[in-house]
Design a protein around this ligand. Structure first.
Ligand code: NAD
Ligand code: ZN
Ligand code: ZN
Length: 344
């Protein structure tokens, strides 16, 4: 089968021919119907050798959807032909966090060497992929896999961050979304769907700001030196009850810190490497700072239900497997509208 692999540190992803995997006991093989490209892939491929922990060659793709194609020994609960989405943050299935579906916070995954598909285990950017357990499959029903696949990360990750902010974000409060790319453009729709917040979206690209406006942001602002003052103005001086920094660079984190309201929350979703000093004299009274990771299994089901209800969708640019390297270059250059999705 063909697969898109990262093969040498600092190299470009390559389309290569590899053996089609056979499902072992408990595993499910999917014929991949769609795979999304995430900025985290660019981050991983930008790591120097001494910080790279994902193995080589790495078949990329941690947003996956497919049709069940073959079952390993002992697998029950799914049938060949079922259309499914893959829950990516695989955990042990046994610890306290996993037991409540929060495998993204599995306390034993590192110790057991469990890694998500595309981030250590072979990922979805291939004609076929293996999934280690049926509990990592969520039925798609009649949802279109190409339109839906990115909800497994670009939807799930902001959903998880937003749900855990709702206590600080009353109707009428302001939510700031920094970065209106793959995750951000879904975050805006999620906020409109499940909160009564006024949404202010920031980006450095006019095209992304235009998209943010079309998707329901009440205000859009360029992410520059005037942004903090504009947000204060728009909130009558109060600031933002919740800030979702989906870039995470030092400049955006500094902005987040300067606009968060008393009692508000900053969710650092982007992995741009910035830090936010937190303390009595550093952040507003009662403000919380959190760096969430991906989302839970039940939250993925909820995001898919929101899509079924028509409340959220992903703006998709389609690519073939052969075009995946080009799609990664476009993602790196910041010119993808919404999400790049590969259809093998
Ligand atoms: P993306 O490239 O699709 O979108 C990033 C957006 O940020 C682009 O629209 C870009 O124009 C904008 N941007 C860049 N610099 C900016 C700035 N200074 N101010 C405002 N906007 C700016 O990326 P994505 O796939 O949506 O990922 C976003 C971030 O989230 C990445 O850092 C990614 O690694 C991270 N991520 C984290 C998790 C998690 O679990 N915490 C999960 C997925 C992705
Ligand atoms: Zn991702
Ligand atoms: Zn666990």
């Amino acid at each position: 089968m063909r697969a898109v692999q990262y093969r040498t540190i600092g190299g470009e992803p390559e389309v290569v021919e590899v053996p089609t995997p056979e499902p072992g006991p408990g595993q499910v093989r999917l014929r991949v119907t769609a795979a999304g490209l995430c900025h985290s892939d660019s981050f991983v491929m930008g790591l120097p050798a001494d910080q790279y922990t994902y193995g080589l060659p790495l078949t990329l793709g941690h947003e996956g959807a497919g049709v069940v194609d073959a079952l390993g020994d002992g697998v029950t609960g799914v049938s060949v032909g079922d259309a499914v989405a893959v829950y990516g943050p695989w955990g042990c299935g046994q610890c306290h966090a996993c037991a409540r579906g929060a495998e993204n916070y599995c306390t034993r995954a590192a110790e057991l060497g469990i890694q998500p598909p595309g981030l250590g285990s072979p990922g979805a950017l291939a004609e076929y992929m293996l999934v280690d357990d049926v509990r990592h499959l969520v039925p798609l029903g009649d949802l279109d896999p190409v339109a839906t696949v990115s909800l497994t990360d670009a939807g799930l990750t902001p959903y998880h961050a937003i749900v855990s902010s709702l206590g600080a974000l009353p109707p009428g409060g302001t939510a700031v979304v920094i970065g209106a790319g793959g995750l951000g453009h879904v975050a805006i729709q999620l906020l409109r769907a499940i909160s009564g917040a006024t949404v202010i979206a920031l980006d450095i690209s006019d095209e992304k700001l235009q998209l943010a406006k079309e998707l329901g942001a009440h205000h859009v602002l360029r992410s520059d030196d005037d942004a903090a003052a504009r947000i204060r103005e728009l909130t009558g001086g109060v600031g933002a009850a919740a800030v979702f920094d989906i870039v995470g660079a030092q400049a955006t984190i500094d902005l987040a810190r300067s606009v968060v309201a008393i009692g508000g929350v900053v969710q650092i979703v982007g992995i741009g490497g910035g830090t936010l000093p937190t303390g009595f004299f550093s952040t507003p009274m009662g403000a919380a700072v959190r760096a969430p990771y991906w989302g839970t299994r039940t939250e993925l089901m909820e995001v898919l239900d929101l899509a079924r209800a028509g409340a959220v969708h992903v703006e998709v640019e389609r690519f073939t497997l052969d075009q995946a390297p080009e799609a990664y270059r476009r993602l790196h250059a910041g010119t993808i509208r919404g999400r790049a999705v590969v259809v093998p």
